[in-house]
Design a protein around this ligand. Sequence first.
Ligand code: NAD
Length: 332
Amino acid sequence: MKPKVMVSPGVRDDNPGLLEEKLSDIAEVVYGTFRDPKNIPSDIKDSEAMILALEPINDEVLDNFPKLKIIARYGVGYDTVDVNACTKRGIYVTHTPGILSHAVAELTIGLMLCLSRALIEADRYVRTEWAGPKGSRLKMGIDLYGKTLGIIGLGRIGYEVAVRARSFGMKIIYYDVERKYEAEKTLGAQYVDLETLLRESDFVSIHVPLTPQTRRLIGEKELRMMKPTAYLINTSRGAVVDEEALCRALKEGWIAGAGLDVFVKEPLPLDSPLIGMRNVVLSPHIGTYTVETRRSMALMCIENVRAALMGMVPPNLVPEQRGMVFKRGAFS
Ligand code: NAD
């Protein structure tokens, strides 16, 4: 009997046929998902590997999967996975760093352009008002050229955003827990503390992982430090921002607007105050949602799963597990 690999249905929908093509020589691919640990489908409980979207992994969930050797996160952020719980059980956790950075950076720049040139409003204006009798005026945009972009978290994605913003003639400042001396040289980026970044930036873009330290990193105090003309872009994780404080900031004009790909609760509930706001641009967590990037992500997950099922250390372990070797290989 081949080992079972549970795959989130979304991964299959992004990549029809790919999982079977690349895995079926050594494994049986089964599609399934779960939100509630008490309602896990019985046909996936004997899985030895998982390729996961955003299903939560904790001790209670893991109790249902006694044969599991690897969780391959289909994405770079792994805040939904309790890595310690996996490590204790000898389960590898992998993710897909690097290969998706340009896609998220492109979306980030897209959100900035939507805000700076009021593109969503402009589209609506052409469809409804431009040729109409009233001749009302569209809100005038602002240049990105010459503006200051403050990047919170100059890691893989933050760096790619900075590269693109430089080509628009923006000045880059950044805040991170680590100084990035190489990036400072190549990008001419200046390291500042968080308060300076918030006070000086025309655009603030968030690229930190969601951790206990970054949860609600941007709250009321931080939003009030921003310029009333500034825009906040978040393509990292919703919970890095205090969403209630952000709604007040947008409503009361502490900041000019926001571009958001991620939310505290996803899908964003239709009764969220954000839904009715004209100074926000919203996208449904599509940072990596391109044909090329989703394929690369799936291939990276497959490579990690194949390695683990064949008793080898998977190549893309999360940082907490780097250097670890577990003995639950294919032949254990
Ligand atoms: P990365 O690890 O390369 O970069 C993160 C940076 O944040 C690092 O430089 C790190 O030093 C810094 N950092 C960590 N904790 C910090 C703190 N407390 N304060 C300040 N800086 C801190 O990660 P990445 O590959 O650039 O991905 C960043 C995040 O983007 C992911 O964790 C994920 O949550 C999010 N993401 C979202 C999408 C999407 O679809 N919207 C797609 C991919 C990734």
